[in-house]
Design a protein around this ligand. Structure first.
Ligand code: ATP
Ligand code: MG
Length: 261
């Protein structure tokens, strides 16, 4: 059911449809109120990168695919916004790389857990970690509810994919020796700076691309994947993302619209 009728020819129809998904996620109890604000922050950065997957994000996606393919115990961490926007893709990626799916929430409540679980099951997930009393292990040094993790999932993982993560937890996961793959539209966030690999892109574009790359790179030799991983420099990728914002903005200023004729 659509809350509003978005005409196909509306110039920002795609963006409005995504908002609609987040609002629906909120109404279903999966998305937290603060999740709406986090989404808005992401949207603002999406405008600044030109609402496209940049060359630097494409490179980060390839390296992320390599890391996931080489992982022994990969886990995809899911929160309300992720469940609202890319539930099918989470399940597809999990199947493609043999990753566990774990619900991990900053604003944890049983109601929210159940709402997210329902969305993931509808998308085809059969095994979901982090629900009920299963998140009884804790990440050291963290004080938010996101410290609670499943001992069979994030706690034991060697690689954690964290779309829309909080900086504190990224830092804690890296300190625990895990490789962290973040998807975050804000190249300046703590998450972006602390993750092993940061894909600066909207999760709605990054997930399908990541699935595609994983499927294509599956047959590559382990040595090739390993060298992609060791040669990767995340601070360079983030620097490139920021420079791409700069050049995109310069192009906009150069466009006649802003020339003040
Ligand atoms: P940090 O804690 O890492 O410093 P933050 O406190 O600024 O970041 P949070 O609210 O913790 O932000 O996390 C939300 C992050 O998710 C934001 O950086 C936002 O840009 C990003 N984000 C929101 N929606 C999307 C989306 N659809 N795709 C990718 N990133 C998104
Ligand atoms: Mg934060």
């Amino acid at each position: 059911m659509n809350e509003i009728n978005i005409p196909d020819d509306h110039p920002r129809a795609d963006s409005l449809r995504l908002r609609e998904k987040i609002v629906r996620g909120y109404r279903s109890g999966a998305v937290a109120l603060a999740g709406l604000i986090a989404y808005g922050r992401g949207e603002a950065f999406d405008y600044l990168i030109g609402e496209r997957t940049t060359a630097s994000a494409l490179h980060a996606i390839d390296v992320s695919a390599a890391i996931l393919l080489r992982a022994k115990r990969p886990v995809i961490s899911v929160n309300g916004n992720v469940a609202a926007l890319v539930p099918d893709e989470v399940v597809q990626l999990s199947a493609a790389v043999g990753a566990a799916i774990e619900i991990n929430l900053f604003y944890r409540s049983e109601k929210r857990e159940i709402a997210i679980e329902k969305i993931l099951r509808r998308a085809g997930a059969t095994r979901i970690l982090g629900i009920g009393g299963n998140s009884h292990a804790t990440i050291p040094e963290l004080h938010s509810e996101r410290r609670r993790v499943d001992p069979e999932g994030i706690l034991a993982a060697d690689v954690v994919l964290v779309p829309l993560e909080d900086g504190d937890r990224t830092e804690a996961l890296v300190k625990m020796g895990k490789k962290v793959v973040a998807i975050d539209l804000n190249p300046l966030s703590r998450t972006s700076r602390l993750a092993t690999v940061t894909i600066v892109d909207n999760i709605v574009r990054a997930f399908p691309r990541l699935i595609d790359r994983v499927n294509k790179m599956k047959t590559l030799d382990a040595k090739i994947l390993d060298s992609m991983i060791t040669e990767y420099d995340n601070s360079k990728t983030l620097g490139d993302s920021i420079r791409l914002i700069e050049s995109y903005l310069t192009q906009q200023v150069d466009a006649s619209l802003y020339k003040g004729k």
